[in-house]
Design a protein around this ligand. Structure first.
Ligand code: ATP
Ligand code: MG
Length: 455
């Protein structure tokens, strides 16, 4: 056994406690790098009538922040109420879900037992523990006013400080239905209903999610969630290694952080696979080094959900041979919005790193291929920035992390290096596109990409 003292069962169970690639985090101990956001949420929830909206790209950690914040706010006499939006949901069905959740709550000893949780919605009485179909409840809620009324009853009886998380709010397809939540928050404020809502949604702005005519600006603290910062990325890997008493090569730690592109899913997944590789190794393992990293990275690529990798495969499989390099180049650098010039510079450096004598395609050809990557047939990997010709971003930001893992697994490190300028006089500055290398300062690049394909 490569990790002293662990049976497979013990190891797997502990790993599941330490890492959670497939499940949002609920406790502050495991939520890294979100101190500022948690603090903002905590403070804003003190304000009567104020609620929270967390938005950002797919996979950045919205549900984790929402759930952790909910557990922080919710009083100990009950669990927070969690519901999730889906395409066919309406305002009524979401409210009905909240009601069902609230009355299904398991009783704990400490509950104010004198108050049975019975509620009255539009003349329908629902007792605690009584199974009422969501359809019944949804039909009973005939207006925003009814919803306020029923939520008021829940607030009075559920717990001391109840909180509702509406996750994936963006999934509710009909904007009219989404917009009704703005009216709900307003009316709840007017009637001093002290139930707190935490919404999460994929999107760039509140307008996009609640509708441009929404009127709940004053009722909502909006928290836009960026990708995880460097320290948080590193901490996840470090904590996991430490939990098993393993040393962690500092460069490997940086590499996981870089490859992940700040998406915590990849960090958890790679680290999980690296640790399994440590567990399965022939010799006793005391340090996580490059061999284990490469092994774990390859396994993580295999385990990445098909939905995420499909666009990549569309873009590179059965294509001209340069496509792989070109797609990798688009994921270079830390900036999400990149110019053709910049991506071309990345591409030239990258082809040089291949060291197999391949020749870089010329700039015109490069541009033509980049444009193809916008097309559905090529997985719609890129989108053009509106009103800025020649500037591109990933349509699905999370795909960048997968592309980075692919490049790394093929021996190409993406570090945002620039081609050596012909005349140093002409090195650009930030204004005309030079942002410096995306590699954090003080980081050595891995000299030893060990050859795991040898195995
Ligand atoms: N701050 C964090 N520290 C450590 N791990 C995190 C953090 N945030 C999220 N994670 C992990 O990353 C993964 C994705 O997080 P989460 O599900 O919260 O993202 P999301 O934005 O809700 O994703 P989606 O858009 O797919 O709903 C989860 O497995 C979670 O455990
Ligand atoms: Mg989520």
């Amino acid at each position: 056994m490569a990790l002293e003292g662990y049976s497979e069962h013990n190891f797997g169970t502990k790993l599941g406690d330490v890492l959670s690639a497939s499940r949002p985090i609920r406790s502050i101990e495991y939520l890294k790098g979100r101190g500022k956001e948690l603090d903002t949420i905590k403070k804003s929830l003190y304000a009567p009538g104020r609620h929270v909206f967390i938005f950002g790209d797919r996979g950045v950690g919205k549900s984790s922040l929402g759930q952790t914040a909910a557990y922080q706010y919710q009083s100990a006499d009950a669990s927070p109420i969690f519901v999730s939006g889906s395409p066919n949901d309406t305002f009524n069905t979401v409210v009905a879900n909240i009601v069902s959740q609230a009355i299904r709550r398991p009783r704990t000893e400490s509950v104010k037992s004198s108050k049975a949780l019975a509620i009255d919605v539009g003349g329908i009485k629902i007792n605690e523990g009584q199974e009422r179909s969501g359809i019944d409840i949804a039909a009973a809620v005939r207006s925003v006013g009814d919803a306020v009324e029923v939520l008021k009853q829940i607030t009075e009886r559920h717990s001391e400080k109840p909180v509702v998380v509406i996750d994936e709010f963006d999934a509710i397809r009909d904007p009219v239905e989404r917009n009704m939540f703005a009216a709900l928050l307003k009316q709840m404020g007017d009637q001093s209903v002290n139930l707190k809502f935490i919404f999460t949604g994929i999107g760039k702005s509140l307008d996009e999610l609640l509708g441009a005519h929404q009127s709940a600006y004053r009722q909502l603290e909006t928290v836009e969630l960026p990708r995880l910062g460097w320290d948080a990325r590193r901490e996840i890997v470090n904590d996991a290694a430490q939990a098993f008493g393993l040393d962690l090569d500092n460069d490997v730690n940086w590499r996981v952080a870089m490859v992940s592109d700040g998406f915590p899913y990849y960090i958890h997944l790679i680290t999980e696979k690296v640790l399994w590789a440590a567990f399965s190794a022939d010799e006793t393992v005391t340090t996580i080094g490059w061999d284990l990293f490469n092994h774990g990275l390859a396994d993580a690529i295999l385990s990445t959900t098909a939905e995420l990798k499909r666009p990549y495969e569309k873009a590179v499989l059965h294509r001209d041979p340069e496509f792989e390099d070109i797609v990798w180049a688009t994921a270079d650098h830390d900036d999400l919005l990149r110019s053709l010039n910049d991506m071309h510079a990345s591409y030239r450096v990258l082809v040089g790193k291949r060291r197999d004598g391949r020749i870089a395609v010329d700039r015109a050809h490069f541009s033509a291929q980049i444009r193809k990557l916008k097309g559905v047939g090529y997985g719609s990997v890129l989108q053009q920035e509106e009103g800025r010709p020649g500037w591109y971003s990933y349509r699905e930001k999370m795909l960048r992390g997968y592309v980075r893992m692919q490049a790394q697994a093929n021996g190409v490190e993406l570090t945002g290096e620039r081609p050596t300028p012909k005349q140093s006089m002409h090195i650009g500055n930030a204004r005309n596109g030079y942002h410096g290398a995306s590699i954090p300062s003080g980081v050595r690049q891995s000299q030893k990409i060990s050859d795991w394909s040898k195995e």
